[in-house]
Structures are given as C-alpha cells and as structure tokens.
Design a protein around this ligand. Structure first.
Ligand code: MSS
Length: 365
C-alpha cells in the first residue's frame, strides 16, 4: 500500500492510515475507518481549519487562557481556571463540517470534496454557557445573537474582518451550549480548538468556535466575512450575500459504512451497518434499501443511545445474492423530518443530506 504523506506537526498524532489528507488544514476520516464507532477516537476525528492553527504555545498554560464575555450585565474576562469552578457538564455530540458531502455534488463546488468523513461523534466536557451568563448577571435585553470569536492571530496587512473566524448563532442556543476544555476525556488538542472551544449542540461545524477568546450577546450578526458572506446557502449561479440562509442547525442524515465497495465481503448473509443523526432532534427511524431506494425495510438500532446530539448506530440483516447492489439508508427524526432523496443545490456545496448521494454500490461474488 502507498505510504501516506506525513501529517503537519499539529496533527502528527492522528492515525494517518485512517485519514485522507486533503490539505494541511483539511483532513477527512476514511469511510471504512469511520465504521460503526459510537465515539470517534480523537486520532480519527476530521480536522477543518479556515486559518492555520495557532502556535502550539497557546497550550503551554491552558488554565491561563482567557475569554471575554460581553453583552451581559457584568461583562468581564474569565480564565479557564475560573471557568472550571463555575459548572461542569459532558455532552456526546456529532461534530460535522457543513461541507460534509460536498464531494457528491456533480457541480464540483470549490472547497474540500468531503464525502462522509468530515463528521465524528465525540464527548465534550466543559461549563454550560448559561451558567457563565447567570454568574455575570444575565444577557442584556435586545441581544438576539450569541457571537463568538476564534483566537487565531490574524495575518498583518489585511482587513481583519475578511479573515477572522467569528460566527453568530441564535442567543437561544446558549441554553445547551458549552465552553469545553476536554474532548473524549482529554484536554482538547490544538487541532480541535484547545485550550477552550465553544460547542453548540446540533449546529454545523463552522459554529463550533475553536480557541474561543470572546463570546458576546449582540444586537446584530457578526459582520466578519465568514458570517456575512461565507457559509451561505447560495442558489446556483448567485453570489453569496447576507440575505441567504446561513449554515446553522444540522439536518437529518444517515449513511452506510459497511459493506463498502473497497470491502464488499461475499454474497449470502450480510449485516448492513451505518450511522444516523439529526440537528435539534433525536433519530426515530432508519430505513435501508438494497435496490437503490425502490423498497425499504426498517433497520434496527444497535448500541446505546447517548442523547439526541449523538449519532445512532443501525444495522439490517439481509441475504444478498451474488451481483451488484445499491445500498442506501434514510433516517427520520423525532420531529418527523425525513432525509430527502435529493440534495438542495447550492453554490458552495453545503448541507448535503441526500440519501441518494450517500448510496454505496457493492459487487458481491
Ligand atoms: N474555529 C476557529 N477558531 N477557526 C476555524 O477555522 N473552523 C470551523 C470550526 N471552528 C474553525 C473553527 C469549521 S468550518 C469546522 S467544520 C470545525 O471547526 C471543525 O472542527 P474540527 O475540530 O473537526 O477541526 Mo466546516 O462547517
């Protein structure tokens, strides 16, 4: 087998055999390596950085990392050391890049052509944002947005707004958001936003701000380019603009990870296996088809349920005769949203949850 390219230093601890290095800041989990893992090991978790990761020295004194909390009655800066005394919560959650599935768009949008591997299910530990906000006297009235800023040192000589990672979500998202310092029970590695990261459960990856240095309740959405023009669902042929929907909550989605074309197995009894999740709601049902979506059967859930923000493992036992089969899965969440057959076309290839696009074609002998 070809020797994988060496990974850059900040991700040198990743399992290079399990991952696809698209660039130094975009690294995907292989579909076969994603398998059925309920919790994705950090060594397999995808990486997406819009800017180069900050210097590793920001982890030298993790406890000293400070975040400025603004748009509250008593705004002030808190160190990680102080945050650890305010509250403690753990949350298993699917972290997914909004561009996951972009590789299936026939229009070949610019950006990383992720298939399924810009997603993982991991456990975050930190303090609930609402407890920090309560400590500081509550959010000010008339502030519909929670706006968070990443701590990257910005390149000199360019308008900071054009490169800074700053995103706004609904202020209501504070209800379940965390300021997290642990990933799967370990201090968050630099690649995933250590020392401190914002976690907004159920939201697409771009809203999960790494190296967070400021969290503000604001009257307006951020005017940083990544918010105003980036990550917008732009209809085909139109330039991005702030009136188009922004990438926010995730939508219901599932895919099969076994069998795969690269590991088809043999004809006869087969356990079809996959993963399903949604944004704000738990998964209620997953159906599987072995004929490209003509007929469907209910899969069964396997493994424990780790809350509505984690993914669910599903399996269906079938007998597959020799030949070529098109395997697909279709998830439904508890609010009744059904994974659609078709993707919503958009210029930048976001939010692809089409079941047809995630089909796997296997040939068994
Ligand atoms: N944060 C910061 N600070 N920076 C950057 O760049 N990115 C985003 C998030 N956050 C960033 C941040 C994105 S975009 C994503 S996906 C995520 O992150 C990822 O994560 P990880 O950990 O996996 O790497 Mo798309 O929607």
């Amino acid at each position: 087998p070809p020797v994988p390219k060496p990974f850059p230093p900040y991700v040198s601890w990743k399992d290079t055999n399990a991952m696809i290095l698209h660039s130094s800041t975009t690294i995907e989990t292989k579909r076969a390596s994603q398998g059925m893992g309920l919790i994705t090991p950090a060594e397999h978790l995808y990486v997406r950085n819009n800017l180069p990761a900050p210097a590793a020295s920001i982890l030298d004194d993790r406890e000293a990392w400070a975040i400025s909390i603004e748009g509250v009655k008593n705004p002030r800066s808190l160190s990680l050391r102080e945050l650890k005394t305010v509250g403690l919560e753990s949350l298993p959650m699917v972290l997914q890049c909004s561009g996951n599935g972009r590789g299936f768009f026939p229009s070949k949008p610019s950006g990383t052509p992720w298939t399924v591997g810009a997603a993982g299910c991991v456990v975050w530990t930190g303090v609930p944002v609402r407890q920090v906000v309560e400590l500081l006297g509550g959010a000010l009235p008339g502030m519909p947005f929670m706006t968070s800023t990443g701590g990257e040192v910005l390149p000199a000589g360019i308008d900071p707004k054009s490169v800074m990672v700053e995103r706004s979500v609904s202020a209501q998202a504070m209800g379940e958001a965390l300021l997290a310092w642990e990933l799967n029970g370990q201090p968050i590695p630099l690649a995933h936003g250590g020392p401190l990261r914002l976690i907004v459960p159920g939201y697409q990856g771009v809203n999960q701000i790494k190296y967070i240095k400021r969290l503000a309740f604001t009257a307006q959405e951020s005017d940083a380019k990544i918010m105003s023009h980036g990550y917008r669902i732009s209809p085909p042929g139109t330039p991005s603009d702030p009136t188009q929907p922004s990438v926010q909550e995730m939508s219901v989605k599932s895919w099969i990870n076994s069998p795969l074309p690269e590991r088809p197995g043999t004809a006869g009894p087969v356990q079809i296996q996959g993963l399903a999740f949604a944004g704000a709601h738990a998964i209620k049902r997953v159906e599987v088809s072995v004929d490209g979506g003509k007929h469907w059967r209910d899969a069964r859930f396997i493994g424990p349920e780790l809350g509505k923000y984690a993914w669910r493992q599903f399996a269906l036992a079938v007998i597959l005769p020799p030949g070529t089969h098109q395997l697909v899965s279709r998830a439904t969440d508890t609010a009744g949203h059904v994974q659609p057959e078709q993707r919503l076309e958009n210029v930048h290839g976001y939010n692809n949850n089409s079941w047809a696009d995630h089909a796997v074609t296997v040939t068994l002998s």
